[in-house]
Design a protein around this ligand. Structure first.
Ligand SMILES: [Zn+2]
Length: 271
């Protein structure tokens, strides 16, 4: 009984967590399963990219041009979603130290986007790179870093309340619930934030003038780099689901283009 009360307490505080802001495509289980089968074979058929090659001056210049295009297009999408709040999230390419730079990764910290040379080595086509960069830019636009830390604090608060309650019953928990709560809060919406960033990111790619129908292999390449990501992940949707969702977003964007509608993501309308 006591555990039930604790769990409902934690759940009720977590339900106050910041959740999604934009619509994202619905993806069926069968569609995911089909793509998982494809990616499983794809992973076997490709050679892993050489991630630690130093980037030539040419490549660095090409990347800088992509950065500029996405900053501009991302700024437009940002002013649409962020109600006129200033949106300036510069990109930074990390080329050293060499070992760290070889990571095939990029991240957003709420102020800018940091891109490792390894990612540029892994994604050859500029559309693929544009997609990952726009995804990270979208995390900033959607304020995910702030929301994540708000969720973590809310979770921590819920856990601390549980610890205090148990302490008042004479049970020492050593702050265990505070830690568990913080983790649960941080993970609360992490997959839906990824879906949102994929969706909004695709609109940024389109507005930056890249061909959205190219570059869809990005999730298959990510899968080749980390085959476990085809099936499971606690913080991100799997690469098969992301591939299918990306296809649906492309269809949505192409339909808007054909009808001469503005290329802007669909917001969730408050009920
Ligand atoms: Zn992400």
């Amino acid at each position: 009984m006591r555990h039930f009360i604790l769990l409902s307490l934690v759940a009720s505080i977590l339900s106050a967590c910041a959740n999604a802001a934009v619509y994202t495509p619905q993806v069926g289980r069968d569609e995911i399963a089909t793509e998982q089968g494809y990616q499983k074979d794809y992973v076997k058929s490709v050679n892993k990219a050489k991630l630690d090659a130093p980037l030539s001056k040419d490549t660095q210049e090409r990347v800088a041009v992509i950065f500029a295009r996405i900053e501009k297009a991302g700024g437009d999408v940002c002013s649409y979603l962020a109600n006129g709040q200033p949106c300036n999230y510069p990109f930074k390419l990390i080329t050293e130290p060499a070992k760290e730079a070889a990571t095939p990764n990029a991240y957003a910290d709420g102020k800018g986007v940091f891109v490792y040379a390894g990612l540029v080595n892994m994604l050859q086509g500029e559309e693929e790179l544009a997609f990952v960069l726009s995804h990270e830019y979208a995390h900033n636009v959607l304020q995910h870093v702030n929301k994540q830390s708000l969720n973590m604090s809310l979770g921590m608060l819920a856990g601390a309340a549980a610890d205090a309650l148990l302490a008042s019953q004479g049970m020492s928990t050593g702050g265990q619930f505070t830690k568990v709560g913080a983790n649960a809060g941080a993970l609360q919406y992490s997959s839906s934030y990824e879906r949102e960033a994929d969706y909004v990111g695709m609109y940024i790619v389109a507005r930056a003038g890249f061909d959205v129908s190219r570059g869809t292999d990005v999730w298959r390449k990510m899968a080749a780099n980390n085959p476990d990501s085809i099936y499971l992940s606690s913080t991100h949707p799997n690469t098969a689901e992301r591939y299918v969702a990306m296809q649906k977003t492309i269809q949505e964007i192409m339909a808007k283009e054909a009808q001469g509608q503005p290329l802007l993501p669909n917001k969730i309308v408050a009920q």
